[in-house]
Design a protein around this ligand. Structure first.
Ligand SMILES: Nc1ncnc2c1ncn2[C@@H]1O[C@H](COP(=O)(O)OP(=O)(O)O)[C@@H](O)[C@H]1O
Ligand SMILES: [Mg+2]
Length: 253
């Protein structure tokens, strides 16, 4: 792939091991600004580990992570968030005892606007973010009273509230029923189209990634198996083999 001079995010030769398990091996890629980049790969491929490295939850064994050309190594997750990298969690980690709006306020006070917003402005901004994701009417509801879909959207709103330049989504649609997928995909598209936020998106529903992302990265056993446009990746024999255990194209595309 050609170098992207204005990459939002770049990882170079990233290695990480946990004891004997090498979770990522010499992983390198760049993320161009304004793109929705899908991250695919079977369970255990290293996708969540990648997000944990980028957000400072884990330290790499070796390699570099550059955000807007700046090295992130050694920064705390809080500093990395304030610098402009937002995320959601695969398992979903809302504050269940807080209301939906309070969850978003946590994001506002933790993120890039932390020192800028007074209480009234923060509340107004929080309500706007809930409306953006379609939960404007649920602000006063404790998150424990919401269904799984609503909770995951609250978590997305909380991540948005940190005012990221790049948003890392770890299986945001896991557990959604088929009817809930399309509205949620629309929210992700609007995050990029209307807010101009670059998105990296891990998801198991391949058709969703194929239809929504401009660029895909496929991980397998901690290594980059394929990278390119959805069409290129769907036609990649190695991807077909990793997913379906047979030689030939994926049948997707
Ligand atoms: N904190 C950790 N300690 C030990 N092993 C880990 C840790 N985090 C991830 N791993 C291992 O790294 C590999 C990749 O895991 P993960 O990134 O969660 O995969 P994915 O998100 O692609 O399903 C797995 O073998 C997993 O068990
Ligand atoms: Mg994962």
């Amino acid at each position: 792939m050609n170098a992207i001079p204005d990459a939002v995010l770049e990882v170079q030769e990233l290695d990480v091991h946990f004891g004997g398990v090498q979770a990522l091996r010499k992983l390198s890629f760049q993320v161009a600004p304004g793109k929705i980049v899908g991250v695919m790969g079977p369970n255990g491929a290293g996708k969540t580990t990648l997000f944990n490295l980028v957000t400072g939850v884990y330290r790499p064994s070796s390699g570099r992570i550059l955000f807007g050309g700046r090295q992130l190594q050694g920064l705390s997750p809080a500093r990395i968030c304030r610098a402009g990298i937002g995320r959601t969690f695969q398992s979903g980690r809302p504050f269940a005892n807080l209301t939906a709006l309070e969850n978003v306020l946590v994001g506002l006070h933790y993120g890039a606007d932390a020192r800028r917003l007074g209480a009234a402005d923060a509340k107004r901004r929080g309500q706007e973010i809930l409306e953006f994701v379609g939960l404007g009417k649920l602000g006063d509801r404790p998150v424990s009273s919401l269904n799984l879909t609503e909770r995951k959207i609250v978590e997305l709103a909380r991540a948005l509230a940190t005012r990221p330049r790049i948003l890392l989504l770890d299986e945001p649609l896991a557990g959604f029923n088929p009817l809930e997928l399309e509205p949620a995909v629309r929210i992700v598209r609007r995050i990029r189209d209307e807010l101009g936020i670059t998105v990296m998106w891990i998801e198991h529903i391949m058709t969703v990634l194929m239809e929504t992302c401009e660029h895909l990265i496929v991980l397998h056993h901690g290594e980059k198996l394929a990278e390119g446009s959805p069409g290129d990746v769907a036609a990649d024999a190695a991807v077909g083999e990793a997913y379906f255990g047979k030689k030939g194209a994926t049948g997707l595309g």
